[in-house]
Design a protein. Structure first.
Length: 462
């Protein structure tokens, strides 16, 4: 990120615009909506700028730019048709640490004008660091359609009543009051012009905050791509007071968590459990009983080898309110992104999910005869460390040595790698390829379809 987003206070500020053509006029339309004192310096101006000056909206000096024009300015726009003049203005502004915007010259700018969605006093600014204004405009169009025209009125109501809430509601509960007001009848009443009903809704939300009720949401974070999260998952992550997250939840997903939420890493690795499952369950209960909204963020789906069932069993026994939000499990993500259907009329009429994770005593006991049967797909979670042993056990149980196998690393992510081979060779191929966790094993004739259906990631063939 090159540019740091910030809003400048232009009320009673001096702003200089060098140039008076159509581009300068576009800049001025926005600047004049603030309380700035605007000076335009240009030998000639377009009709629109001339009209602005005639109406007293700005001061126009019909002359060329002089170096001392930049003195005491809070912001400068260089919008002439002469690139050399614009660069000269920018150089002088930089020398005095005055933010300067140079039209059509991002390298000369120290400030850029974003695309804006205006619901005064709510402003949404969208920038692309000057590289792709068309993207900013397209995003603005979409956001315009999403935001109610009455949002500004709601913001003004909140401004007028913040002090009352601050006086009557403990600091830890104020955010919840306003969220309930926005999500409930309060905001709708403001937009309808019924201030009395809005005040009643705010008072009701304040009374509820006096005795907050905790809640736990077990949320599936999916395979790691943020755009595969459900909308409900994102909303709960944004509302959470506390987030207990797994090691496999990547940074892009964690970026969607509310910024001031408490984050607790309870991730596990093979043979290393810094936070035991029993302690995780207890933390969920403790935070919920403290009246907090808790998200237990899990890679994949909470109910597929995610120990979600154990967690909600303890929550239910403790009388804690909870919900479960499904996520895209690794089997679905890896098979889809690897181009390997889990089922197919000609190759697999059933799917079996198993875990290759060893027991505490090191034993790896699975129904090998069942897994060796034809016309099915076997998905092995957490099976990379025991891959060689698993393949030998399958062969011993009657699985053909040439049955196709695929191992998918980082399924669905930009760095996805797929190694395909056969039962008798896959372990050595994976070792040669240097695959690491997280990885998923797919066994069955459906793997052959990848030759025709692969569409994403890197493949290492047998």
């Amino acid at each position: 990120m090159r540019y740091y987003p910030v809003f400048l206070d232009f009320d009673d500020a001096d702003v200089l615009v060098v140039g008076g053509g159509e581009i300068a006029a576009r800049k001025l339309r926005l600047i004049l909506r603030t309380g700035a004192r605007v000076l335009v310096v240009a030998p000639e101006v377009c009709d629109e700028v001339r009209a602005m000056a005639a109406q007293g909206q700005l001061a126009w000096q019909p002359r060329r730019f002089a170096d001392d024009d930049i003195d005491r300015q809070r912001y400068i726009v260089a919008a002439t048709a002469d690139a050399a003049v614009n660069r000269h203005v920018a150089l002088l502004a930089r020398g005095q640490n005055i933010p300067v915007n140079v039209v059509d010259d991002p390298d000369a700018c120290t400030a850029i004008t974003p695309a804006i969605v205006d619901r005064d006093p709510v402003l949404v600014a969208i920038g692309t660091e000057g590289t792709a204004p068309v993207i900013a405009r397209r995003l603005r169009e979409r956001i315009e359609a999403l935001l109610s025209p009455g949002l500004g009125a709601v913001a003004r109501f909140i401004r007028d009543h913040r002090e009352r809430v601050k006086t009557n509601v403990p600091e830890a509960q104020r955010r919840r009051v306003w969220e309930q007001f926005l999500d409930g009848a309060g905001a709708a009443a403001v937009e309808a012009g019924d201030v009395s009903e809005a005040i009643d809704a705010l008072q009701a939300a304040s009374r509820q905050a006096e005795a907050p009720t905790g809640h736990v949401a077990l949320v599936g974070a999916g395979p790691g791509a943020p755009d595969l999260l459900t909308l409900r998952a994102v909303r709960l992550m944004q509302d959470a007071d506390v987030v207990l997250h797994d090691r496999l939840v990547p940074a892009p997903v964690m970026e969607l968590v509310r910024r001031d939420a408490e984050r607790i890493n309870v991730g596990k690795q093979q043979g290393r459990h810094p936070v035991p499952q029993e302690r995780i369950n207890q933390l969920l209960i403790e935070h919920a009983r403290a009246g907090k909204r808790v998200v237990r963020l899990k890679g994949g789906d909470p109910f597929i080898f995610g120990r979600g069932g154990e967690e909600i069993t303890d929550l239910a026994a403790a009388g804690v309110s909870f919900e479960v939000v499904p996520g895209v499990t690794a089997a679905n993500a890896c098979s889809a992104y690897a181009g390997i259907p889990l089922t197919h009329r000609d190759h697999a009429q059933s799917v079996i999910f198993v875990t290759g994770h060893r027991k505490a005593d090191g034993d790896l006991t699975l129904p090998w005869e069942t897994l060796a049967r034809p016309a099915q797909t076997v998905v092995i979670y957490m099976g990379l460390g025991s891959l060689g042993e698993s393949m030998q056990a399958l062969i011993a149980a009657g699985c053909p040595k040439h049955r196709p196998v695929a191992v998918v690393q980082d399924g669905g992510l930009p760095g996805q790698v797929v190694v395909t081979g056969q039962v008798q060779t896959i372990a050595s191929q994976v070792e040669d390829a240097g695959l690491r966790s997280p990885a998923l094993v797919l066994l069955g004739d459906v793997v052959r379809l990848r030759d025709k259906l692969a569409w994403f990631g890197k493949q290492v063939r047998a």
